[in-house]
Design a protein around this ligand. Sequence first.
Ligand code: NAP
Length: 330
Amino acid sequence: MTGTAPTAAVTGATGFIGTHLCGRLLADGWTIRGLCRPGSDRGDRRAPLEWTVGDITDRAALESLVDGVDAVFHLAGVGLWRADPETVHRVNREGTRAVLEACRSRSVGRLVFTSTAGTRRVTGQEPAWSSAAVADETDVADPVGAYQSSKAAAERLVDSYVDSGGDAVTVHPTAVFGPGDERFTVRLLELALDPKRLAAPPGGGSLVGVSDVVDGTLAALEEGGAGEHYLLAGDNLTYGAMTARVASHADGHPPRFRVPAAAIRAAGPVAGAVGRVTGVRVFPFDRDMARLATRHLFYSSRKAHEELGYTYDPLEAHLPETLAWYRSSG
Ligand SMILES: NC(=O)c1ccc[n+]([C@@H]2O[C@H](COP(=O)([O-])OP(=O)(O)OC[C@H]3O[C@@H](n4cnc5c(N)ncnc54)[C@H](OP(=O)(O)O)[C@@H]3O)[C@@H](O)[C@H]2O)c1
């Protein structure tokens, strides 16, 4: 690294994980250049960043963002909860292509790309995949939906960047939990704490605290092998167990019943048809996503542990700060 204060370029700096990553980098003495859009909410606490304004496909903005930096953290991305499939591909795949082209054209240090655990999955026929089998980095799965396929395509672009001489590592967080996340975290807390919610969804996933994901991302920068992929996972829990553990910590009312998997799977084709006819997306449901939602999507981060020294804290360790944020933000 050059000089006394290393410089990082961060795409997605205004997002949930990006905000936590920037907070840690600033505390560690980094100078940060963040990419934001004209309408992005930069928030007061993001003031110490040097901002470059532009879209993730804006090549000129990206070249200025990454020029001469010691590290590039590429987190900008979008899912079907927020955008149509075309936009998801444009931002996730073409945005990654633009970031890599900018890196190729400038002098940059290592790039750490934040993909998703969703590109990995235990494969095989039901009931094998509905059991508690645990996936690792080698379990590359057929993508389901635009989000996973765009992330898988972006991963291939990053791998090619390394094959052609670039330095990059890919991290794959599972479901990230922590202060500032209006989606998964809020849904889980509502499910666990609202006495009116009587039923938890079937299936389960790997829940990881955002501070652990930040640790893993920084460890990938320092210790990861070029071209390697690292799952950053946490506790593997059924949704029923997640809500029960949150409720027991917070003295809430966990849902007493589980929605039958068959009901979710049956809803998928109907919601998909509604979406096609009305143009209104009923996320996350089409037939394939509905099937996926009822599975146990469990992961191992053994590789990250062995090669990066990655560890994670249990759900309960992340709850005090997360609950304080949730309660204060109403
Ligand atoms: N959260 C999770 O559970 C999770 C799990 C696995 C992987 N990931 C991945 O981790 C990354 C960060 O996730 P997150 O939860 O922090 O997401 P987030 O809160 O939705 O933040 C997304 C970020 O991407 C930026 N962005 C979106 N479209 C853009 C565009 N066209 N041009 C420039 N910037 C754009 C957003 O900027 P604006 O502020 O302008 O909207 C925001 O900074 C994503 O790539 C996501 O796929 C997240």
